[in-house]
Design a binder for this molecule. Structure first.
Ligand code: COI
Length: 354
């Protein structure tokens, strides 16, 4: 349990909740009434508050706009049958936020402050947590540099915010992905492992080209040789070949996904063989050709478990087995969904009750 220091709250005059159709929410388009804000100056985080969700007033010289000292996180909250608020692995997000902060020369945020602010925000906006199966309240923590100074140096001041958004599925159907062998998302020694805003900026142009060719996402390959899989744009990637889970080992150019970690743990609990190691494009294409690739899917907070329907490589499209026949990913998805809403045992203590 965390130390519940009460954070001052400024309530909205009128909730916007009736403007949202909770049976049909699109990812990332509506935002709950309040947000948690804390600012960093003079070497410390100060004045945490919960205020109405709304626009910020920013200097044109805001250093994060110019030099990209900005990072974010993503996690989700649910309600159990008793109406209690459950959050999936928020401690892991707080820790990953700080790993990203360190790489971007930004100050770490105490984990208790992250959890305290988040839990009080969720209590206040509890009515925004969808209860429809497959829906959740997506939580978006974000930290950015706020010095109004255009010299290149780490900022002395920062803002950290958490706001939330009721969401449904990120991908509404199995995804078609293209193996990217020209552009690079992240290079060895770079910041690909961090949830840095700039990593997503680097991915947009190649992803847009792929979209124009009819693909939902890219499968990124390593920046050195384009021979080994890294991750997909919004998720880590997992293959099932000959009954074994095979996934790229995380590195300084691959995000350490919390959903990735959770599904690998579940698979190990079930005595499924898991290999975290370099996965070559050649190995996967060979398995596609000889029929030993049984399943492929992306894993991420927003995407949850997103089945891959088609993999395109150098102009050839390979169609994967139908989703209904994919025993392992379907079992992983259902088990994880049940743990998150409190309908299955939680042996790893992933779920925090607010
Ligand atoms: C998440 O899954 O939470 C992410 O951060 C992916 C996002 C870019 C939609």
């Amino acid at each position: 349990m965390i130390d519940q220091v009460t954070i001052p709250v400024q309530q909205v005059a009128k909730s916007r909740i009736t403007e949202v159709d909770f049976n049909n929410v699109q990812f990332g388009k509506s935002f709950a009434d309040h947000m948690f804000v804390v600012n960093y100056a003079n070497g410390q985080w100060q004045n945490p508050q919960i205020v109405p969700y709304g626009n910020l007033s920013l200097s044109p010289a805001l250093s994060s706009l110019h030099y990209g000292q900005a990072l974010f996180e993503g996690l989700k909250a649910y309600k159990n049958e008793a109406g209690e608020i459950l959050v999936f692995r928020p401690d892991a997000n707080a820790q990953r936020l700080n790993a990203s902060a360190q790489r971007l020369c930004m100050p770490e945020l105490p984990e208790e402050l992250f959890l305290n602010g988040l839990f009080q925000l969720l209590s206040i906006d509890r009515d925004w947590i969808p209860t429809k199966p497959g829906y959740s309240l997506y939580i978006r923590p974000v930290m950015f540099a706020t010095d109004d100074y255009i010299g290149v140096k780490p900022s002395d001041t920062y803002t950290f915010l958490i706001f939330t958004s009721p969401v449904g599925a990120y991908y509404s159907k199995p995804v078609r992905v293209k193996v990217e062998t020209h552009y690079t998302r992240a290079a060895p020694g770079g910041m690909g492992f961090a949830k840095a805003a700039g990593n997503y900026a680097a991915s947009l142009y190649p992803a847009q080209l792929a979209l124009q060719q009819g693909y939902d996402q890219l499968l990124w390959t390593d920046g050195r040789e384009h021979k080994y899989f890294e991750e997909s744009g919004t998720m880590n990637v997992v293959f099932v070949i000959n009954g074994k889970i095979i996934t790229p080992s995380t590195s300084d150019s691959i995000l350490k996904g919390i959903t990735r970690d959770s599904i690998l743990q579940l698979a190990r609990d079930w005595d499924v063989k898991v290999e975290e190691r370099p996965v070559s494009v050649e190995e996967v294409i060979t398995a596609l050709k000889n029929g030993t690739l049984e399943e492929a899917f992306g894993v991420g907070t927003a995407a949850t478990i997103a089945p891959i329907a088609v993999i395109a490589h150098e102009g050839t499209e390979y169609t994967l087995p139908e989703v209904a026949a994919r025993k392992l990913s379907n079992r992983l998805k259902h088990t994880l969904d049940d743990i998150k809403i409190g309908n299955a045992p939680d042996p790893h203590k992933w779920v925090f009750k607010v």
